[in-house]
Design a protein. Structure first.
Ligand code: HEM
Length: 411
């Protein structure tokens, strides 16, 4: 397939197929350029963007091919987002941005926090917290779903996972919002501010870490990290990097899936009616909502050698953006992909959690939390009605909502 040349709109130098442009996500207009990319150039070179040159991999097949070859397509060589590390940036090594064998050891350290038995242990705590939040919401009054439900529930879930001081839990949201915003890479003043917040985060977690040192193991992530061989000898940057990974990894993603539940079902009321009539649909509905939203639009890989992908010549050092947001709309895998279909047979095949050795280690926890939200909403026969336009995140990495005005009713 030929590489599409960037078209230049008269009077501007915008490449309409440069899908890193933040306005596409702010205005929810990303569907069309990706449709065109999938149809005409599923592996397409973009020579010029705010993040420099990159390849767009937009088909399901192409992404699976890249993620199946982690030696050839490195997570470590250039990091995991389309934004490059710049001179003067502090490096925060984290295992999502490591290759084998180091990745394997560090992932193994945190994986026990997400086993089915750990999920069973956390389930009732998460359910009780979720119930408490839902019972505190006003019915028939407008409020912001993102802040009152999505952020609050996600933050509580993470505070439980880290055994983080409860009263300070919103700090997790605050740090995660600073860490996960790739648009900041374009603004030196904001970058400096981010650094300050991340140091504050490191200092806070450093104190938590100290308080657990030399104590018997407890079932939380910090204790697990302290008592593991692979992670206990980390330097401060690596410690911070991995903590931020776990905070950001769990935060925006789960939060935006919960907002997508509210927004998406309001957009497709027939589907909402199906769910209200049959709560047995909840497990599949969770997968379908995650597919439809795709809370992280992309991950990045860097080629370690010259190679060929879908007929295109990739050079060593080239940057590839793997657009999950597009793969999850790939018509060859998901029929009528723009629609939510809660009983979609292959909803579980979505790539929102990635694929291969880096596939999301926290997927089970996210599924658990979102599933419990749906179950507790159903138990209360609560319906979310969207009463105004959502405010969306203007970025090509975190794909989600800043605000969503809603009103609850009962059915
Ligand atoms: C990795 C998405 C929830 C922690 C990833 C990746 C994606 C992703 C796309 C990278 C996969 C790749 O490079 O192939 C999501 C989505 C979530 C979610 C959509 C919610 C709906 C969570 C939660 C946690 C978490 C709740 C933990 C609290 C991580 C970690 C990694 C990761 C630590 C790195 C895994 C590795 O490199 O081996 N996630 N995630 N995620 N996620 Fe999640």
């Amino acid at each position: 397939m030929a590489t599409l040349a960037p078209e230049t709109a008269p009077g501007s130098r915008v490449d309409p197929l440069d899908v890193t442009r933040p306005e596409l996500y702010r205005d929810d207009t990303w569907h069309e350029p990706f449709r065109q990319l999938r149809a005409e150039a599923p592996v397409r070179y973009t020579p010029d963007s705010a993040f420099g040159p990159y390849w767009s991999v937009s088909s399901y097949k192409g992404i699976v091919a890249v993620e199946s070859l982690p030696e050839l397509y490195s997570s470590e060589a250039g990091g995991i987002t389309v934004a490059d590390l710049q001179e003067g940036d502090i490096k925060m090594p984290m295992f999502i941005a490591m290759d084998r064998p180091k990745h394997t050891g560090q992932r193994r350290t945190v994986a026990p926090a997400f086993t089915p038995s750990e999920m069973a242990r956390m389930r009732e705590n998460i359910r009780a917290r979720s119930a408490e939040i839902l019972d505190s919401l006003p019915v028939g009054e407008t409020f912001d779903w993102v802040d009152s439900v999505s952020i609050e529930l996600t933050t509580q879930m993470l505070a439980i996972l880290f055994d983080f001081p409860w009263a300070d839990r919103r700090k997790l949201t605050f740090w995660s919002d600073w860490a996960g915003d790739i648009e900041i890479a374009k603004d030196p003043i904001k970058k400096q501010e981010r650094l300050q917040h991340l140091f504050e985060c490191a200092a806070y977690f450093g104190t938590l870490w100290q308080s657990k040192l030399g104590k018997p193991p407890t079932p939380d992530l910090i204790s697990m990290m302290i008592h593991s061989d692979a992670m206990s000898h980390m330097d401060q940057h690596e410690f911070l990097g991995n903590l931020i990974l776990l905070i950001v990894g769990g935060n925006d993603t789960t939060r935006n899936s919960m907002s997508a539940f509210a927004y998406g079902l309001d957009l497709f009321p027939d589907e909402r009616a199906k769910l209200e009539a049959d709560p047995g649909l909840i497990p599949n509905a969770v997968q379908e909502i995650i597919r439809w939203q795709t809370p992280l639009s992309h991950m990045r890989r860097t080629a370690t050698a010259d190679t060929e992908l879908e007929g295109q010549t990739i050079r060593a050092g080239d940057k590839l953006a793997l657009w999950y947001v597009s793969a999850n709309r790939d018509e060859s895998v998901f029929a009528d992909a723009d629609r939510i279909r809660l009983d979609r047979e292959n909803a579980r095949r979505h790539l929102a959690f990635g694929h291969g050795i880096h596939r999301c280690v926290g997927a089970r926890l996210a599924e658990l939390q979102i599933g419990i939200l749906l179950e507790e909403m159903a138990r209360r026969r609560l319906r979310v009605n969207v009463v105004g336009a959502p405010e969306r995140v203007a970025a090509c990495f975190v794909h989600g909502y800043r605000k969503l005005p809603v009103e609850l009713s009962r059915y």
